[in-house]
Design a protein around this ligand. Structure first.
Ligand code: ATP
Ligand code: MG
Length: 243
């Protein structure tokens, strides 16, 4: 007997995007950033998004993570229609299930590295924040920088704190904007390994903007954004996912 037949296929999707378009109001003008994006990412998949500067990658990642609501179309995360949730409900969904590594890191400047990593653990009401944060910082190679504030850390070190912070709540889905962008080759490889271990061992869905070829090659799905239009790159063809 096939259990597949009884399974609701919608439950397999971590991210489902339908006809998403996004524009911003510039007073007299409207700037269209994303156009008619359709996208499905299954639970446990890893996806890499590439595209030129200004093509809409960060905007798309923010919409997928529920940080913002699209101008039109829908985003569902793990079966929840994000636009149907209140701001509080979206924040709660994010704090429980979603890790985000921002392009600009967005660490809290007054907190030390370990405090930055402990914060989401405490906010999620989980125990052992200190020991979990220590273990994570050690894993990203910052065991000797735990008491430093962001100002006292290099760009690559701040990025690794941001990665440790994103892992802290054991997210079901991790969005990362150029997670290896500021790192030297060896540190970048170590972070790639860590991301892939998370994906393999905890089934974390990974959605990453990256120009790092090594990291992109390790992902199962490959997408390109060109001027707000998303395409999936398959082995032989480039499938247009936008209408
Ligand atoms: N709030 C906003 N108001 C006006 N324009 C915006 C806003 N947010 C983004 N944009 C514009 O939308 C376009 C896409 O921005 P986005 O940050 O998504 O690009 P990106 O692909 O991540 O680029 P990069 O590789 O440089 O990080 C850019 O031209 C940007 O200037
Ligand atoms: Mg960006």
């Amino acid at each position: 007997m096939s259990t597949d037949r009884q399974r609701n296929p919608l439950n397999d999707f971590m991210i489902k995007v339908e006809n998403l378009s996004h524009s911003v109001d510039l007073g007299t003008d409207k700037l269209s950033i994303l156009q008619q994006v359709n996208l499905d990412i299954r639970k446990g998949e890893s996806a890499a998004i590439v595209g030129r500067s200004g093509s809409g990658k960060t905007t798309l990642l923010g919409l997928l993570a529920g940080l913002d609501i699209p101008s039109s179309g829908t985003v569902s995360m793990n079966g929840h229609l994000i636009s149907a949730l209140s701001e509080d409900e979206r924040a709660s969904l994010r704090s429980q299930r979603v890790g985000f590594v921002f392009q600009s890191f967005q660490l809290l400047p007054a907190l030390t590295a370990i405090e930055n990593v402990m914060l989401p653990i405490e906010l999620a009401g989980l125990s052992d924040a200190k020991s979990k944060a220590e273990a994570l910082l050690q894993r990203v190679g910052l065991g000797d920088r735990m008491q430093h504030t962001p100002r006292q850390l290099s760009g690559g070190e701040q990025q690794r704190v941001a990665i440790a912070r994103a892992f802290a709540v054991e997210p079901q889905v991790l969005f990362a904007d150029e997670p290896t962008g500021n790192l030297d080759t060896r540190t970048g490889e170590a972070i790639t390994e860590l991301l892939m271990t998370l994906n393999r061992e905890q089934g974390t869905t990974l959605v990453m903007v990256t120009h790092d070829q090594q990291l992109a090659e390790r992902c199962q799905r490959h997408f390109v954004i060109e001027a707000g239009v998303l395409h999936e790159k398959t082995d032989n063809t480039t499938e247009v996912l936008s209408a």
